[in-house]
Every structure is written in C-alpha cells, then in structure tokens.
Design a protein around this ligand. Structure first.
Ligand code: ZN
Length: 282
C-alpha cells in the first residue's frame, strides 16, 4: 500500500499548492522526512525514491539526464544523489506530466541552467495552474534526447492520468519511466487536467505494445513489464465494473463507496476522478 499512500501524499501537496503546508501535515510538524532512497536499476540508470514522484537518473559521458524532480524542497537532495553516482553535471530534465510532485524543483533546475522538457499539454496545464518552473521547451508526440552517445525518447500515447503524460524510454536499458500512468495500487484520473478513464486503458495498451523489461513507475518500487500488464488488466476490470455501476443508475455516493471498497479509491479519486468517470461511462 505504500505507493498508494505516496501518491495521495504527493497529490495532497499539489492540491494545497504549498509544499510547506502539506509537509507539516505529512510529517506531523517537526519530524524531518526520511532521506530519499537511491536505487540502482542498471549501471547507468538509477531511481531516486521517496517524497513525491520517482526521479530517474540516466548517466552519460556528457552529463546526466533526469526524469521528474519531485518537490522544490527536494532539489538539493536530488542533486546530492546525482553527485553520488557521477562527476558529470545534470544536462537535461524531462517531466512525465505537470503535477507538482513531479515538477516541483523545475524552477531550481532551470535556474541552475538545466534544460527542462515536457509534453505541450502538460506545459499548458502548468500555465493554467500558474505553477512555478514552467519549461521553455515542449514536445507533441515524441521527443528524442541524445547525449554522450546515449538516447532517450519521451512518447505521448494519449490521455490517461492527465492529457499531457509522457513515457520516457531508455532503449539501451530496455527500461521505461511511466510517470503516474503507473503509480500506486489504483489509478488517479485527473479529469480537470484532461485525464480520461477510457483513454487511459488505450494509453496503457499503447505502452505495452513496446519492447521493454523494466518499469520505473511514477511512485513506488521498480517493476517489471509483467507488473504493468497486471496493472492494465486490473484497470480494465475497474473500468468494466465502474461502467456497470453507472449504467445501473447508481448514485455518485454509491459509486464512490463501491470504488473505495473494491479499488482502493481515496479522497483524491473522489475529488478528481469520480464525476468525470461517471460522465464518461454513461
Ligand atoms: Zn500525477
């Protein structure tokens, strides 16, 4: 259940718009958060876990490429972790989507001279949300970054968690970073920012059609492709069950309780996913 909790905490921070407010709620006030965990995925690929979304770090001879950057308050610790594994500087940062637990340190990254890229819809969501650290460079269907002879590709497969999700591929490592298209025990669909339960399933199928073994999810421990397939299959059951509830004419309250009991939906899903899902599954 830990990843789910992490997702909810992350989203709580985003919703409050103040890292400090939520930090105090999360830790009960004066307790400092536990240190971030640096997890080795391959010799040149790491995941920094804890506090906000997972950060992937891909090492090349010309510098590091960083995927997502947690909250603003995590900036120093992210950079310190990168320094543990390379003497080269960060060169590029990619955001998997706009949420504040994945883009929170953008302003500091940009201030340090690192270029930040994200999907154009995610950029628009940041603009609409008046979020700090809006990147200068956005892409549509796909972006490619080649550094030190190593390549990463960020691909947009359609709507899902939001309307601006990108999956980052590390082809040489047969690994991907999904952002919150895979995060926690149950999906969050951010309808106010273009998410869609129906399109989410197609997006997961689009990702699974690719060749890879390792999955760095938006939150939680590193997974395998089979885990993403299982997540997709559970999602498919969720959609079918929710559709049955909606078409049986159940009330919003009843469906909310059903989703909580059967699919672990919490307050964030009740607030950001329920109305949109009911409208979509009519
Ligand atoms: Zn998110």
């Amino acid at each position: 259940m830990k990843p789910l909790i992490a997702l909810r905490v992350g989203f709580g921070l985003l919703a409050l718009g103040s890292a400090w407010t939520a930090f105090t709620q999360q830790g009960g006030g004066l307790q400092p958060p536990p240190p971030l965990a640096l997890v080795k995925v391959a010799d040149d690929l790491y995941s920094i876990e804890g506090s906000g979304g997972n950060v992937a770090v891909y090492l090349t001879d010309e510098g590091a490429i960083v995927i997502d950057d947690k909250f603003e308050r995590n900036y120093d610790e992210i950079v310190a972790n990168v320094k543990k594994i390379t003497d080269k500087p960060v060169r590029y940062v990619l955001n998997t989507h706009h949420h504040g637990d994945h883009t929170g340190a953008n302003a500091k990254m940009l201030g340090a001279g690192y270029e930040v890229l994200l999907h154009k819809n995610a950029r628009a969501n940041m603009v609409n949300g008046k979020m700090p650290g809006i990147p200068r460079i956005a892409f549509a269907d796909e972006a490619q970054v080649v550094l030190g002879g190593k390549e990463i590709r960020a691909k947009h497969f359609g709507r899902g968690h939001t309307n601006g999700d990108a999956v980052v591929f590390f082809p040489a490592r047969r690994a991907i970073h999904t952002g919150d298209l895979m995060a926690g025990a149950t999906p969050l669909i951010d309808y106010p920012n273009g998410g869609s339960v129906v399109e989410f399933l197609k997006t997961l199928d689009g990702i699974l059609a690719n060749d890879f073994d390792v999955v760095i999810p938006g939150h939680g421990a590193v997974q395998k492709k089979a885990d993403l397939q299982a997540y997709r299959d559970n999602f498919s059951k969720l959609v079918a069950a929710a559709r049955e509830q909606v078409r049986a004419g159940k009330s919003k309250e009843e469906i909310g309780k059903f989703m909580a009991a059967n699919y672990g939906w919490g307050a964030m899903q009740a607030r950001l996913s329920l109305d949109g899902m009911m409208a979509e599954l009519k």
